[in-house]
Design a protein around this ligand. Sequence first.
Ligand code: HEM
Length: 420
Amino acid sequence: MTTTEAEATPEPALRNGPGGTEFIADLTGCDPEFTADPHPYFAKLRALGPVHRARVMDGRLGWLIVGPGEARAALKDSRFSTDARYLKAWPDMGRSAIGTTMLQADPPDHTRLRKLVSKEFTPRRIEALRSRIQEITDELLDAVVPLGSADLVKSFSLQLPLSVICELFGVPEKDRDDFHRWSSEMSAPPTPDAAQAAGEAMAGYLGALIASKRADGGDDLLSDLVRTTDAGDRLSDEELFGMAFLLLVAGHETTNNLIAGAFSLLLQHPEQLAALQADWSLLDGAIEETMRYEGPVEVSAFRYTTEPVVIGKTEIPAGEVVMAGLASASRDPERFTEPERFNILRDPRESRGHIGFGHGIHACIGAPLAKLEAGIALRTLLERCPDLALAVDPAQLPWRPPTLFLRSLERLPVRFGPAD
Ligand code: HEM
């Protein structure tokens, strides 16, 4: 597409609201309805139409696809690129500080970048990590269960994936807290400038870590990536940096939310918890159902229209920011019976139909790792503490202020045994 064509693109036709009026969804955390619970909000949007204008950040407008079929289709449609070169709607948008990642690339670059790491993430390679993940889980629980009660997020659900991914990448233990702080300030900045500052700190840290692996590589994944070649192909410095960044950050906040979310939902559904404790073959189904019902990632990463695309009666012009509603599609009433009900006994073929790990070429490469960690976390703690209970009224569970992409519990107060 030439620049002249892009400049000639007309203003979007906003015909998606009731009676043809404009409806703008607000995903910036300013709409109390969305903040309280995004699911009824998405359901309301679905009833209005499959795609809506959405306020995304700093007053910027993009588009949100909430129609389940339309969201799935968009994630497989090459007219929705993840390459920001197509972005025209936000001309002042700065360039990302995190190098080149596969999530921001189209084929053939995406294919090449993904291939260079996909062999590290096959179910077989991930299964080989089981015993180490079990050890880390046991160590974390040894430290916290004797206390009688704790915040499960801080002491366990966050620490487990953080330790696993940092160990996999050879991030020294002493740096892990800093590392987590930067990554969470980037995804949920406490102040407007915090994201930028955290991104720069993280970039500086990763640059030094990569240099140290280059000088003196070990047997961790980052050292492997430094050395990696595929028929002579290797990662450039910028690609290596982006890859490390993406895998390290994508690999722990999300998994924390899955683990904490699964505990929270099971503890709020005692009959389902009892069924699981009586039959561990239900474990995979419980994890898939948590992903479906309360998946950590609500909307896809930004897509950019490479040409005008019509969805339903709405035309999205070229060069616009579009997100696919993953949480919305995972509650599709045409695909799931009683989609608004958490039910680990659902036929696994049905619950696996969620798109909480994405769909199409960018579907999550780390899904087998996240599911393995969640399975070990759930089974180990529930076997060790069969009377595990929430130490707070479920209505009072503190959710973090929502960010555009992630929904997560701030804390999950639990008791490890029966109340005195
Ligand atoms: C419960 C945990 C996780 C969830 C819910 C999750 C979710 C997602 C989603 C929704 C996408 C697709 C984004 C899009 O298309 O816009 C994605 C992609 C990705 N995820 Fe995950 N993820 C999780 C864990 C992990 C872990 C543990 C890793 C790595 C160690 C990881 C690495 C990646 C990478 C590299 C991509 C980009 C793939 C590509 O562009 O081809 N994720 N993830």
